[in-house]
Every structure is written in C-alpha cells, then in structure tokens.
Design a protein around this ligand. Structure first.
Ligand code: ACO
Length: 446
C-alpha cells in the first residue's frame, strides 16, 4: 500500500490542573523557575479514579466515536506505555473490551514498554504492519498513554498525564517518509522505575537532559544523511534543520525542547562552519561534539538565540499541550504532534514536512519525518486542544499534593473503591469504579 501515514488523532488529558506559578510559591523556589526556567505553564493531575487503562479506554472510544469508525475496521492495536499496573496483563487486552460488541477479536499487536518511547515504537510497528505481507486491508491503531508523576523535589513540576490515539493506514493525509527513521539506543541509568510498588521513577535529572541532547545529536545527524541520500538531488548536500517546516519533540519540559532545536542547528553548523550564515556562532565550532559541548552554557544560549525566530515559527505551536499539561511520557511527543495539527491552518501545513524527535530514557530515541499531503481540517475539528484545555478545573498546589498522596497510598490496594470526585470529569471519560478482592479493575464512563 502507498502513502502509509496518519488518518486521525485523538488526545485525552485529565480535567484537573495546577498552575505552575502557584506551585513555585508553594514549593518555595524562586519565581520563574518552573515557568521560565523549565518553560512550563500548567500541569495536569489525576486522582485515584484514573489509571493507564482508563485513559487508554477514553482516548480509543473517543477516537472511534468522533470519526465514526467501526471496531471491525481495526486489524492492529498496540499500546506504548511505561505506566505498569500489571506485570502480565497488557493494556491492549483491557482495550479489547471495547471491541466485544463488534465481535472483532482478530486484532494483532500488544503493549510496548519503555520510558517515553513505547508509543513511537508502536507507531513504527503499526506502519510496518500496514506495509507488510501480513496486512489484511484494515487500519492500525496506536495508543500512547501515561500518568507521569514524581516524588517531591525538583522533578515534581515536570509531571503530567495524557493519552494519544493514532490511526494509521494507507493513503493518509500525513505520510511517513520512507527509509529515513534514525535510531540511537544505549544502556544508561538516567531515569528508571525499579520500585514496582511506586509510580515514581528514580531520576538523575541533569544527566537525563544531557542524554536527551546526545540522542538529538546522534539521531538527527543520522537522519540528515539518510534523508539526503534518499531524497536529495545531491546527497552530499545534507538537509538542514531549517529545511524542515516543523519539528516536534518529546517534551520533558519545554525549555529542553528549545535547547534541542538549537542543538540541531549546531549540528548543521558543524557540517558547514565557514558558511556566512553561521558567523555569529562559528566560535563554537571548535567544541564540535566534545564532552565539553554538552555542558557549555554559552554555546547553549548562543544556539537558542540563533534559532529563536525559527523556533517560534516551527516548534512553539507544537508545545501548547506540553506547556499546559506537562510531560506525558510515551504520549508526550504525540501530544506535541497533535498540538501542531490542532493549531495550524491548511495553508501553513499542506505540502510541509514535519520532523519528529522521540526520546525515552534508558535510552531509546529516534528521529523521523512525515509529509502533509492534503487538508488537515479534520484533525483541527477533532482535536480542538486549546478550547478543551481552557475548560479544565484548576486545583491549588495543596490539593495537587493531596491528590498525588492519595495515588501513592492507594496504588497497590485490592478490594478498594476509589474516592476521587468524578463530577469534574469531561463527558465520555472512563474512570476506575472498583478494584476487587482479586485485583480485578472495573471501569465506568462519565
Ligand atoms: N527564573 C528563570 N529561570 C530560572 C529561575 C528563575 N527564578 N530559577 C532557575 N531557573 C532556570 C535555571 O537557570 C535552569 O535553566 P537552564 O537549564 O537553562 O540553565 C532551569 O531553570 C532549571 O533550573 P535547575 O536549577 O537546573 O533545576 P533543577 O535542578 O531543580 O531541576 C530538572 C531541573 C533536572 C529538569 C528536574 O526538573 C528534573 O529532574 N526533571 C525530570 C527529568 C527529565 O525530565 N529529564 C528529561 C529527559 S527524560 C524524561 O523525559 C523523563
């Protein structure tokens, strides 16, 4: 099949949020640390009514309803997540409850786990299935879903929660570029979850930021070579970051994304340091990819300044969800992708190319791209992110801390009836009704 790509997107986020300015005061840090220093505006929070199953159920059911799909039309379903509430039973099997009425049990795919990257891996699997000899003519669906929360401390303002459903098939308006996926994976201890009884990760925050930037270097430079070899008239002339019309990133915090975009331009400059265009930053060429280059604040600032106007045009529109919801782990990069499509008019997106950088700790990262070949009006209509975000309910930092405490205390319980308030939930949201004496979870829909 030709033009395999994305036909539809659905994005779910919780109905409650905390204001980052208020959290700065509550945490006793200097004003601006979370909002300017990390680029975060608001952060979504869940109580004990939501888990990875419920947010995945919500996003799939909403996608199917909004786009008038039949569950029979889906032949592949895979979930990328790092929110593990069961060591054996996959989220995918829970989602099969939605398929029951249709009688469709012939659905390939299962869960893929890795910090922040499982969703992207699942998207690759879905594309591969459609392009393979196993394809049976039906659509593939991917769900990236996570509840991201941190123990008290410097990482806490970088939590969040969200789920994205991505419908994949041939002849799509957004087509994956073939032969350009570029990956960098290695063994690192920057962020991991060894405490199985806790939702919180063990994280070495500053180290993880550096790991992320190193992966940008590795994946992006590989991508420029693969892309140029495959699509350029002159393969020696590598594609540059400014040749991409939009770039979408995994967003642990929005400041890191701005640094990453600057780092892409730094990689471009290293290919061509004598070019007049780089006169203002050429002095950093001597650092190349040295260890020092990852810690040089002057280099970081200079590249952010150098790319500032391009960043505002090509990256910022994709960060609306990330700045107002927070990190969503596997869903983050796909929420950024959804944000871009929700806010960009046809004249600014048709025939444009979107670069995507996905990073997961531990680590697994890829850079790839898509071309927009026809109208994305149906994405704007269905996603409508800005106005949906504005309808959320604000909670105080005290309430926010209380909700995380409630999740901590109830995470491992059985024979438990959740107590969270369901009245603020948006219509159509699934929530946890009960965990029975055998740990079996049941859900209702608001
Ligand atoms: N006004 C403006 N800026 C400020 C202020 C202020 N009042 N105070 C601090 N800042 C700036 C700092 O200068 C710094 O900016 P810089 O990085 O550009 O130099 C930024 O705010 C953050 O301040 P730090 O002191 O570095 O923050 P801290 O060490 O407390 O925590 C961190 C930041 C490490 C990102 C933490 O939030 C964390 O661990 N997050 C989770 C890890 C993470 O997301 N890693 C990324 C990849 S892995 C993943 O996706 C999970």
């Amino acid at each position: 099949p030709a033009n395999v790509g994305i036909h539809a997107l659905e994005f779910y986020f919780p109905s409650k949020y905390v204001e980052q300015t208020e959290l700065e005061q509550f945490d006793g840090v200097s004003a601006g640390k979370y909002t300017i220093g990390l680029g975060q505006t608001q952060m979504a929070v869940c109580d004990d009514r939501e888990d990875v199953n419920s947010i995945a159920l919500t996003v799939v059911q909403n996608l199917v309803e909004k786009h008038n799909l039949s569950f029979k039309d889906i032949g592949f379903l895979e979930v990328g997540t790092e929110s593990i509430i069961d060591k054996s039973k996959s989220v995918k099997t829970v989602l099969m409850s939605l398929f029951e009425e249709s009688g469709n049990y012939d659905v390939e795919g299962i869960d893929t786990k890795n910090a922040c990257y499982g969703g992207t891996a699942s998207v690759f699997h879905a594309v591969d299935w459609v392009e393979s000899s196993s394809w049976d003519g039906r659509l593939a669906l991917v769900v990236a879903a996570d509840i991201a929360s941190y123990a008290e401390g410097p990482a806490r303002p970088t939590g969040g929660a969200g789920a994205v459903a991505i419908l994949i098939g041939p002849n799509a308006p957004l087509v994956f570029d073939q032969g350009v996926r570029s990956t960098h994976m290695n063994h690192l201890w920057d962020f991991y979850k060894p405490e199985l009884a806790s939702e919180y990760p063990t994280v070495d925050g500053h180290f993880s930021n550096t790991c992320y930037i190193r992966s940008v270097d590795a994946c992006y430079s590989l991508y420029t070579k693969k892309y140029s070899k495959r699509y350029s008239a002159n393969p020696e002339q590598l594609i540059k970051s400014q040749d991409l019309d939009h770039v979408v990133f995994h967003a642990p915090n929005c400041k890191l994304v701005q640094k990453a975009y600057g780092r892409m331009a730094y990689n471009d400059m290293l290919q061509d340091p004598e070019n007049e265009a780089y006169a203002s930053v050429k002095e950093y060429a001597t650092l190349a990819h040295s260890e020092e280059s990852y810690y040089d604040k002057n280099l970081e600032r200079a590249m952010m300044q150098f790319t500032k106007s391009e960043y505002q045009k090509k990256v910022l529109p994709s960060l609306y969800a990330a700045t107002n919801v927070g990190n969503m782990y596997t869903a983050s990069v796909w929420a950024s992708f959804s944000s871009l499509l929700s806010s960009t008019a046809d004249e600014d997106i048709i025939n444009k190319r979107i670069g995507v950088f996905s990073y997961g700790s531990g680590s697994a990262a890829s850079f790839f791209s898509l071309k927009v070949v026809s109208s994305t009006q149906k994405f704007r209509d269905a996603l409508d992110i800005k106005s949906r975000l504005e309808k959320r309910v604000k909670v105080t930092p005290e309430v926010f801390a209380g909700l995380l405490k409630l999740r901590e205390e109830t995470a491992m319980l059985k024979d438990y009836n959740p107590i969270g308030d369901v009245s603020t939930m948006v219509k159509g949201t699934y929530y946890l009704q009960r965990i029975d004496e055998k740990f079996r979870r049941t859900y209702l829909r608001a």
